[in-house]
Unconditional design. Sequence first.
Length: 135
Amino acid sequence: MAPLTHAKMHHDHGLWSSDEAHWHEDIRIWEGELNAALSELKKLESALHEHQRGLQVHAGAIRLCGQDPAKHEHALAGYEQGQQGEELLGLAREHQKEADKHEQQRRAHERVKRHHHTVMAHWQLLFKALSEAKL
């Protein structure tokens, strides 16, 4: 081990002081970023509530989408059990519209699913990062 000289120790102290100045600058920047994030918590909460409302609207759309085929199925079952089935011709004409609506709902559901999975994955990463932080 080389003996420490006053010059070497003085040089080390200068480097350490420079490091500490940079670290304080980092912390000042990080505190600013954190304060900005904290000020946006209400926006985050609002966005999560909006996402929740979007899921509820989507669930309602799925329920509505299922009503026309259920009505058609009911009419088909009635006809097969001997009822007149006067509405079947009109319902058969509407079948393609039902198929189109169903396909549109399928695409919407996939879009909602991807968005929801993305939101939840980011949320879990953020929560994990914050809960595991050891400062």
